[in-house]
Design a protein. Structure first.
Length: 358
């Protein structure tokens, strides 16, 4: 089959990246995919089980900040499209160890932008319609009070090392559009959930602990609000923006689904009680909820105004929250091997034997 695009997906072994690689394999079989991932703790080759290397797909283990490796890849593969997911992504880790967030999220993004700029402005064969889509977060806009929504024109006001590093990378991406005419696009999405999410984030962590009969840590008063979006809906939005978005623009992506953390946690508990019956203690899983010390600088509320992507590109979420959570619970129940390998660390042994330690 003639390949119509050669797409570099960064971070394709992480949660959203892996879901996106799966979507592309299904929807765009005529695109060649190069997955560049360093396989940090968050990268898991098991997330791409069933996707084999060949003419349509290649995995490259490298750091996005390794300029030589990235530039060589652009030249060798004639990359014409970049979808950049790779990042350090967990706010709590950014509070205890911000350095990696600066290196990967800011310097790594800069390295990719430079490679794209050099490759696409060079003397060599020109890509037909190059595109650089940077995946970002609503957290760059800061924290909302009880009212209001983040739109694409909301001023940036990041408040955690994670969101500050993502905001910096967004600014660099926009600078490359305005200065060099690099055909960039940005998506700023709300909180995702679904299959393959690492059990450090709220929903998979609560799911795992609840199944183990462990306490369920809820930060502060549990009334912080996030706008939850099923990962499959996010990936479809990314594909729309990639194909039909206008370079130089940002697109907010949200679920129109605001929930307090405590509502999310109780819903997960109730679904597990229904699926598995009560634990041996005879107590509902809600009894495991424990309010713990609040996160430093904890943003109170995020909520997305997704009018632009709905009106301009016709995208809107398809999966309702209860349905999405039920699908997610069922995925974790059916994929206990995946969970066990993550929890006991053996998912990393697998790649160490293939690619060496880093
Ligand atoms: P993740 O932590 O699950 O995966 C990140 C992936 O990037 C991993 O496979 C990891 O190995 C890889 N990676 C990290 N550093 C790298 C480096 N230096 N070089 C190459 N690869 C590296 O993250 P995720 O939740 O899938 O998020 C993906 C993107 O989406 C991130 O840019 C994140 O900021 C953004 N985002 C996430 C959410 C969310 O709710 N998870 C919401 C909005 C935006
Ligand atoms: P998280 O999944 O880490 O995403 P983010 O911080 O990027 O929004 O957290 C979602 C919300 O859940 C956030 O308000 C923090 C809260 N939270 C808890 O209450 N307990 C937990 O154990 C975790 C990981 C998060």
């Amino acid at each position: 089959m003639q390949k119509t695009r050669t797409v570099l997906v960064t971070g394709g072994c992480g949660f959203i990246g892996a879901n996106f690689v799966r979507l592309l394999r299904d929807r765009r079989p005529d695109w060649r995919l190069i997955n560049l991932d360093r396989l940090t703790y968050a990268g898991n080759l098991n997330n791409l089980d069933g996707i084999d290397e060949g003419a349509e797909y290649r995995f490259v283990r490298a750091d996005i900040g390794d300029a030589a490796a990235v530039e060589e890849l652009f030249a060798a593969e004639r990359i014409d499209t970049v979808v950049h997911f790779a990042a350090e992504s967990h706010v709590d880790r950014s509070i205890t160890g911000p350095a990696a967030f600066i290196t990967t999220n800011i310097v790594g993004t800069f390295t990719l932008l430079e490679a794209a700029r050099k490759s696409w402005s060079g003397e060599g064969p020109q890509a037909a319609a190059p595109r650089f889509l940077h995946i970002s977060t609503d957290e760059v806009y800061g924290s909302l009070g009880a009212e209001g929504y983040f739109s694409e024109t909301t001023a940036y006001d990041p408040r955690s090392p994670y969101s500050a590093s993502k905001a910096s990378s967004d600014h660099l991406v926009n600078a490359y559009f305005h200065t060099y005419g690099l055909p960039t696009l940005i998506t700023n999405c709300s909180n995702n959930y679904g299959p393959y999410q690492f059990p450090e984030k709220l929903i998979p962590l609560i799911l795992h602990n609840a199944m183990q009969g462990k306490s369920l840590p809820v930060y502060g008063d549990g009334r912080n609000i996030r706008d939850w979006l099923y990962v499959g809906d996010h990936c479809e939005a990314v594909l729309e923006v990639l194909e039909r978005g206008e370079p130089g623009r940002s697109y907010n992506i949200g679920g129109n689904n605001e929930k307090m953390n405590i509502e999310v946690v109780t819903l997960v508990c109730d679904i597990l009680d229904r699926r598995l019956g009560l634990p041996a203690t005879g107590m509902t899983r809600r009894s495991l909820i424990t309010f713990v010390k609040d996160r430093l600088g904890h943003d109170r509320r995020y909520a997305i105004d997704a009018t632009r992507i709905r009106e301009e590109l016709g995208w809107q979420p398809k999966v309702g929250f209860e349905q999405g959570i039920e699908m997610t619970v069922d995925w974790y129940l059916a994929n206990q091997d995946w969970v066990a390998a993550v929890v006991d660390g053996s998912y990393q042994e697998y790649y160490r034997t293939m690619y060496g330690a880093h």
